[in-house]
Design a protein around this ligand. Structure first.
Ligand code: A3P
Length: 273
């Protein structure tokens, strides 16, 4: 609510939006690397020594009280807030929004592990998978029911395709370079033919790959928001980074239930997940 009332968006802003566990860390890294590529390369990027969440602030956490603590040189910010609850200035200004979504079965499994690891870190007992699954199906999750979150941005992207780029984790995993170029064009930082010839797109793809980022010392042993009650080990943002890992955790009955909710919720929207 504080961010809603106080945040003043600039036309140059690029807002990375997502429901939790759908690829935020990756999209932040890719976007940051694209935007800063004339200042840093793949051997000097701050992404090699900082978690991407320390390079791109979260609206509802880092900027909730005031937008004045932003680095004026960094146009990037991120949020998990649903489209319908975004600050008016983000909707009304000419800033760009990039949204990433993911198959709900993988998003649930990823969320379950993330929360369980956070709770264990705080010496608390996580819910059983079955119990968490039931809540997720009922739409009880942070930032609201997953399907409503996705549909809010999907519908807005159809209405305003020049403002909102809608991405899917699975498609980006399949051919990341294509989406890095698309992303760069959309946010107004297109690659020149010279840069493409020099292999800059591939360098960014490789630098931001799961394999590379998850093996960096900062992401193996570093902590995010250290010294605050929200402290998190960086490594929990990197679990497997795979498409279809839900098969290892959900029974066929659970998978069918999530699929059927997804079909029902997305019916008529033109979106498949
Ligand atoms: P898994 O738990 O399925 O492995 P978020 O960044 O929104 O919190 O999402 C976390 C998910 O993205 C986790 O999925 C994590 O492993 C995966 N991820 C993190 N970095 C990634 C990267 N560079 N490339 C692909 N996936 C990545």
């Amino acid at each position: 609510m504080s961010a809603q009332q106080n945040f003043q968006s600039q036309p140059s802003d690029i807002v990375i939006c997502s429901a939790p566990k759908t690829g935020t860390t990756w999209l932040k890294s890719l976007t940051f690397a694209i935007v800063t590529r004339t200042t840093f390369d793949d051997s000097t990027s701050p992404l090699l020594t900082n978690l991407s969440h320390d390079c791109v602030p979260f609206l509802e956490v880092d900027l909730a009280q005031s937008s004045t603590n932003r680095d004026p040189k960094n146009p990037l910010l991120a949020t998990h807030v649903p489209y319908s609850s975004l600050p008016r200035s983000i909707i009304d200004s000419s800033c760009k929004i990039v949204y990433i979504c993911r198959n709900p079965k993988d998003a649930f499994v990823s969320l379950y592990h993330f929360i369980a690891r956070r709770l264990v870190f705080k010496d608390m007992k996580p819910l059983a998978l079955e119990e968490a699954f039931e809540l997720y199906c009922q739409g009880v999750s942070s930032y609201g029911p997953y399907w409503d979150h996705v549909l809010g941005f999907w519908k807005a992207s159809l209405d305003r395709p020049d403002k909102i780029l809608f991405l899917k984790y699975e498609e980006m995993m399949e051919d990341t370079a294509v989406y890095v170029k698309k992303l760069a064009d959309f946010i107004g930082y297109p690659f020149s033919s010279e840069e493409i010839k020099k292999g800059l797109v591939e360098k960014i793809v490789n630098m931001c790959s799961f394999e590379n980022l998850s093996n960096l010392e900062v992401n193996k042993s570093g902590k995010h928001r250290e010294g605050t009650p929200g402290v998190i080990e960086n490594k929990i943002y990197f679990r497997k980074g795979k498409v279809g890992d839900w098969e290892n955790y959900l029974t066929p009955v659970m998978a069918a239930r999530l699929d059927s909710i997804t079909l029902q919720k997305l019916n008529g929207s033109g979106l498949t997940l």
